[in-house]
Design a protein around this ligand. Structure first.
Ligand SMILES: [Zn+2]
Ligand SMILES: [Zn+2]
Length: 806
């Protein structure tokens, strides 16, 4: 059997195999223009060619495998009935390992059919053993609901799959606990509901044969570290009931998945990484928006941020949002089914709105074929957008990467990626949405005006020649470990054996909990002393999501995570929802809601914060003569203090208004370097220019760190000062934006020379004269990008690099 034969069974074999989502949407309209022709037309629009590199990603033929002999005929028939003629090689390999009892992770590309790899062994076992049960975990309720539809559609006797999450009616919960043998839930529900209620779940847990962890690459950073301990708590309860389930994990392509899965589960895990599913070739272009001419009013009716505070000081590139909106409008006008990934929810709304406007200007009504999609939408709204795409009413969609976890959209003709998504793993996952089987597709990375994106579009080897990153999580983070041990102690007293289960740092954390009066040691173990359970939020430091409510109607528009609420929903903020503009009247942090009213002012709002930092302890350092490089704990205090209003049409700053929001404290991990004042003077940095030099170096260093660590710019913060009281020297700090750290600063410290070398090159290679967002300006600067000195930043980094050992 060839892959073509296989493909002709249903026409869209890759989609059928990706049964993790019943809402899989395959491209409806006929094929658009060939990607190479399309790209030629897109890049010919302006005076200068914006494309810096074109990479051809070749097509791949699929490698099918026979059904495992242990798979019962009933199960094979059910899959065949759903269009799966046979598994691909990687699906069969992972399924066989899991069926033999090995913990396994299948880490392959988008739409490679990972769900069959766990459905096969799990469902075969449930059918063969009338008592066996399966627990399936997805990072979102939406994904669990999609997976439920996929399993239910197989119509297998006696499986009774059911979702058990916050939306499950009380009346159904007992039935599910007693009768369902395939329960789909999420880590939050496992943590808040199932584990604390383990007595009620004893029947289910006693018979647990498989734990499926879908999209497990999303469990990274602090959230991932929490989930790692929730899984240890699950293993502990299973062991108490005599069950030792097999763990099957599914992940996007990632570096060293076996190690990451081992850290997540605490078990030895075998990795299957060879993707044997077929896919079409992709033409991948790197796109750098042009620098705007000095007199912007002549060239573009709507230059972004081109006037106001920046115009006299700095040159500016056309914004990636506008460039992406134009590309989206152009591809939709060509009848090309296009998905644009935009990093922020606000950005996705802006791209959709601008593309709609451009299309309506060309052909009234055509704008209706473009929409925005993001995680904060309510379920009904998401489903409506999915339906519209399914029926071809929509051709263009602008989305945050929430889509990665919501509906499974594959087989698009073009994917636009507005700004580097932070990791090569995410980049490939997003680009993987393009390409129907046997057809060529186009992917375009549109560089944002920031140091990392600029560096990448000029160093394609850093994208196409480098392996994808490993998923970083740190279960030993004491800010995660202690609360998780407290939760575990409530579920059952902790024993010395449990300390082994919870791993490095567990004994110290227990000792601290005892000292704090939370645990009491008795001969039979450590006991929780309080009546109430500890309140632990897996999604961590951000706090509970804030509801966005329209005051006049009481309608819930959506939610914003707590960490972003100070920035996005402060009173006076302009908040976009589905292209409709709202103004926030009041942010009520106590009630977790923001009251808004529909209004379309001609300005946008930009929040500002101030930050203070003190060193708590030094963990490690390198003494390099006039330069010192440090890793340690710090306390960061920050507060959103004001916001700017800027005219949408011109970017002009109208005014800056104060805000009265509480400060937020953060004990975290930082990397920092110091330089002696003498070395700076020798390098030609005048004393008056030291603050601007350090500040510029800090911005660029933050911008380039994602090249080294699996974080994005918004996961980390920085502060620089010509004389810091704790270091008594000119200092640049870069810190993890998560309590207890998430491993990012540690990576930066470990790769300091390479990191700062890339930083220096990015600044030096930038074509601007005095600094721009592509090199030393930062979109999240609390000081309005002032002072900044680009040439002195290069001098500072040269001093560091000549002294620091590689
Ligand atoms: Zn620049
Ligand atoms: Zn700054």
């Amino acid at each position: 059997m060839t892959s073509n034969d296989f493909g002709s069974a249903r026409g869209t074999p890759r989609h059928d195999l990706e049964s993790s989502s019943a809402a899989t949407v395959s491209a409806g309209p006929g094929p658009g223009p060939a990607p190479a022709d399309l790209l030629r037309r897109l890049r010919a629009r302006g005076a200068a060619d914006p494309v810096t590199h074109v990479e051809r990603v070749p097509a791949r033929a699929g490698v099918p495998a026979p059904w495992p002999s242990w798979a019962p005929a009933e199960l094979r028939a059910a899959f065949t009935g759903r269009g799966v003629a046979a598994p691909w090689q990687h699906q069969a390999e992972a399924a066989n390992l899991a069926y033999e009892g090995q913990h396994v992770i299948v880490a392959t590309g988008t739409a490679s059919g990972k769900s069959l790899a766990y459905q096969l062994p799990a469902l075969a076992t449930v059918l063969a053993d009338p008592r066996a049960t399966v627990l399936y975990l997805a990072p979102t309720k939406a994904l669990a609901a999609d997976q439920l539809r996929a399993v239910a559609a197989l119509e297998l006797e006696g499986v009774r799959p059911a979702c058990y999450d916050g939306d499950t009616p009380r009346t159904e919960r007992e039935w599910i606990r007693r009768h369902s043998r395939f329960v789909l839930t999420n880590p939050d529900m496992l943590h808040h509901g199932i584990l604390p209620g383990h007595a009620q779940w004893s029947g289910f847990l006693r018979r647990l044969a498989y734990v499926v962890i879908d999209e497990c690459h999303t469990y990274r950073g602090v959230f991932g570290s929490h989930v790692a301990h929730v899984l240890r708590r699950l293993r502990r309860q299973c062991a108490r009931f005599g069950a030792t389930p097999v763990f099957v994990l599914a992940s996007a392509t990632s570096g060293d998945p076996a190690t990451a899965a081992g850290r997540l589960t605490g078990l030895p895990v075998t990795a299957v990484t060879e993707d044997a599913s077929p896919r079409g070739g992709v033409t991948f272009a790197l796109w750098e928006p042009p620098l705007l001419p000095p007199d912007t009013s002549a060239s573009s009716p709507v230059p972004p941020q081109a006037t106001g505070e920046h115009d006299e000081l700095h040159q500016v590139r056309r914004s990636a949002l506008r460039e992406t909106a134009d590309l989206l409008a152009d591809t939709v006008a060509e009848g090309v089914r296009t998905l644009a990934f935009v990093r922020s929810r606000k950005g996705a709304e802006v791209v959709a709105a601008n593309a709609r406007r451009a299309l309506d200007d060309a052909v009234p009504g055509l704008g209706d074929r473009v929409a925005a999609y993001r995680g904060g939408y309510l379920r009904e709204e998401r489903r409506e957008l999915e339906r519209a795409l399914l029926h071809g009413d929509l051709l263009g969609l602008a989305s945050t990467n929430a889509l990665e976890l919501g509906v499974d959209l594959v087989g698009l003709d073009a994917v636009l990626i507005c700004g580097y998504p932070g990791t090569r793993a995410s980049l490939w996952q997003q680009a993987g949405r393009a390409g129907r089987s046997g057809q060529e597709a186009l992917a375009v990375l549109v560089a944002r005006d920031d140091p990392l994106d600029t560096y990448l579009v000029h160093h394609p080897e850093a994208i196409f020649g480098a392996p994808v990153e490993a998923t970083v999580l740190d279960p030993a983070n004491p800010y995660v470990l202690a609360p998780q041990l407290a939760c575990a102690a409530v579920e059952a007293p902790l024993t010395p054996a449990d300390l082994v289960l919870f791993g490095e740092g567990a004994k110290e954390a227990v000792d601290e909990l005892v000292a704090a009066g939370a645990l009491r040691q008795r001969p039979t173990g450590w006991y929780w002393r309080h009546r109430e359970r500890p309140e632990v939020d897996l999604r961590g430091e951000g706090g509970a999501p804030v509801a966005v409510v329209e005051s006049s109607t009481g309608r819930l528009l959506g939610t914003v995570d707590g960490g972003s609420s100070h920035f996005l929903l402060h009173s006076g903020a302009v908040y976009l929802h589905q292209g409709v503009s709202y103004v926030v009247d009041q942010l009520d942090l106590a009630d977790g809601c923001a009251l808004v009213r529909a209004e379309e002012p001609d300005w946008s709002t930009h929040a500002r914060d101030v930050t203070d930092l003190s060193v708590v302890s030094v963990r490690s350092y390198v003494d390099a003569g006039p330069v010192g490089m440090f890793l340690g704990e710090v306390d960061v205090t920050s507060q959103v203090v004001s916001y700017q209003r800027r005219r949408i049409a011109t970017g002009e700053v109208i005014d800056t208004r104060p805000l009265d929001l509480p400060t937020r404290e953060l004990r975290t991990v930082a990397v920092w370097f110091t330089l002696s004042p003498q070395s700076l003077a020798l390098a030609g940095v005048q004393p008056a220019d030291v603050p601007g030099a350090l500040h510029a170096a800090e911005h660029a260093a933050i911008g380039l760190l994602p090249l080294m660590a699996t974080c994005d710019r918004w996961d980390i913060g920085g502060i620089s000062t010509a004389l810091h009281p704790d270091t008594e020297a000119p200092t640049v700090f870069v810190y993890d934006g998560h309590p207890g750290g998430a491993g990012f600063a540690e990576r930066a410290y470990g790769t300091a020379a390479a990191w700062l070398r890339a930083t220096r090159d990015a600044i030096a290679e930038c074509g601007c004269d005095t600094g721009c967002p592509s090199c030393v300006q930062s979109p999240k600067c609390g000081n309005g990008n002032n002072p900044l000195s680009k040439p002195d930043a290069i001098r500072v980094l040269d001093v560091v690099l000549t002294n620091l050992p590689d």
